[in-house]
Each structure stands twice: as C-alpha cells, then as structure tokens.
Write a protein that binds this ligand. Structure first.
Ligand SMILES: [Zn+2]
Length: 271
C-alpha cells in the first residue's frame, strides 16, 4: 500500500525521540551474500537501499524479495489492481537496477492482507535456500507504534516476522518443508538478521557514498512519490542525522541479530 514515506516519520526529527545506545556502533562486518525481504515495492528503497548499494559496491551479491506487488497502493477504489501491480513491479525493477541487486523476486502475495502463514514461509525458505545469503535484511516485526505517532503497516510487520521465521529455524532445518530438501534445496544457515524501520537500532552502516543512489532508486517509484525533491531533502537530512551518531556523513541504522558467529559456521563447514 502507499504511505511508506510515513515509515520514515513526518520529518527528520524522529531520531530526537528515539532512545539510542550510548555507544552506537559503526558496522564493519559485510555479508558476501545478502537478501532483503520486504512487503511492498518501494519498502526496500525507503529502507536499507543505501546499505545494500554500499555492500554491493564493496563486492557483495544482494537479492531483493518483495512479498506483494503493491496492488493496493493507490487512492482510487476503481484502480485496476493488476495494472497497478505491473506498474509497481516495473518501478521496483528499475530501482533495483540502480541499487545493484542481482535479481528481484515477487512472491505475489495480496497487498494489505499479508499473513505470516506456512505458504509464505515456504516461499521464503525456498528463496533463502536457493540464494544462500549470509544475512537477511527485513522489517523489525516488533515495531507497531512509532514513538512520534503512527502505526507501522500490518504488511510490514507480517513480512518481518515471516522473514525471521523462515530464516530460523525453517531454512536450516531439513525436516521443514522436506520436499524442498528432497528436490535439491539443501538447508541453509543465515548467520545474521538486520532489522530496519526499528526504534531499537544498535548498529549503523556508513552510506556516505551511496545515499544518492538510494534517492535515485526512490525516484523510480513514480506512482508512489509525488514530491521527489522534498523527499530527497528528507532522506539526506535523515541519513546525516544517523551518520552523526557514528561520525560519518551518512548512515542507515539497524537492529542486528547474530544467530551464528562466523567461526561456528566455518568450523561446521570445515568438518
Ligand atoms: Zn510498505
């Protein structure tokens, strides 16, 4: 649905109200492969696009999975949802090309009715096992009410918890959806989650060199964004505020969840 701009707050002052750790950490770990899982076309670009672009520029391979095609993202009840979905998929593919993802996958779940149920989990496990990411970036599913007002979209929460549940334990358990393993999609251990749109951020990624690409990617979502220049100003100001916490010009923040330390995986794979 529309309105994802609100996920960033009405202006750049949200950060003033958010409790942050005194020792904000600049993230230096970088996944070789990462997957971004979102509810709607444009979520990834309002979300971690500058981080994705920075990691890809440094040599990572990234893939984007959109659970819906945003077919309810307009104000007119007579709008054709199929045509809107096609428009939004095209916009997202254009934006993804700017960020540098190797592919965009659409799961074609219903916009506005996304549910963390077994069929969605199976879709996500299939994508994770096929792509084999070290890290998955998704919405913080615990984010319901924003401190400065507003409610996080139900689809965002559903996409976030669906991604978490697919990562752990399903993707790594050969007996979860056993037909997947039997058909050659071997279990896979995602080492880390990076949760965005969170008020519990604990790591910051330096996006000084890629925040402009985030803005350019957002510009591809013409059906959703009606004041691109104002949006660009807000994104720039927001990234600068985040960056100031860790002493860089621009940053994006995440709530980091380490599931497996790298050493544990490397020992397993060696053994
Ligand atoms: Zn959204």
């Amino acid at each position: 649905m529309g309105g994802d701009e609100r996920s960033l707050g009405q202006d750049a002052t949200r950060e003033m109200t958010v409790l942050q750790p005194a020792d904000a950490v600049l993230e230096t770990w970088r996944p070789s492969r990462f997957m971004v899982v979102v509810a709607h076309p444009d979520d990834a670009d309002f979300g971690p696009a500058a981080t994705a672009a920075a990691w890809i520029a440094a040599g990572s391979v990234g893939r984007l999975v959109c659970c819906t095609s945003g077919d309810a993202g307009a104000e007119d009840p007579d709008e054709d949802p199929i045509a809107l979905a096609a428009t939004r998929e095209r916009e997202q593919r254009d934006a993804a090309a700017i960020v540098g993802y190797d592919d965009v996958v659409f799961l074609h779940q219903p916009d506005g009715a996304l549910a963390n149920e077994l069929p969605l989990r199976e879709h996500l496990v299939r994508e994770i096992r096929a792509f084999r990411p070290d890290a998955v970036l998704c919405n913080d599913p615990e984010m319901i009410f924003w401190t400065d007002g507003g409610v996080n979209h139900a689809d965002h929460r559903a996409a976030g918890i669906a991604a978490v549940d697919a990562v752990y334990p399903a993707a790594r358990n050969p007996m979860a959806f056993p037909w997947l393993a039997r058909s050659g999609l071997a279990p896979h251990r995602v080492r880390r989650l990076y949760l965005f749109w969170t008020e519990r951020a604990d790591v910051w990624v330096d996006v000084t060199t890629t925040v402009e690409r985030k803005i350019a990617a957002l510009g591809m979502h013409a059906s959703q964004i009606h004041e691109p220049e104002r949006l660009a100003e807000r994104i720039t100001a927001w990234a600068a505020t985040e960056g100031a916490r860790v002493g860089v010009s621009a940053a994006e923040s995440f709530r980091r969840v380490v599931i497996d330390e790298d050493e544990a995986i490397d020992e397993d794979e060696a053994g």
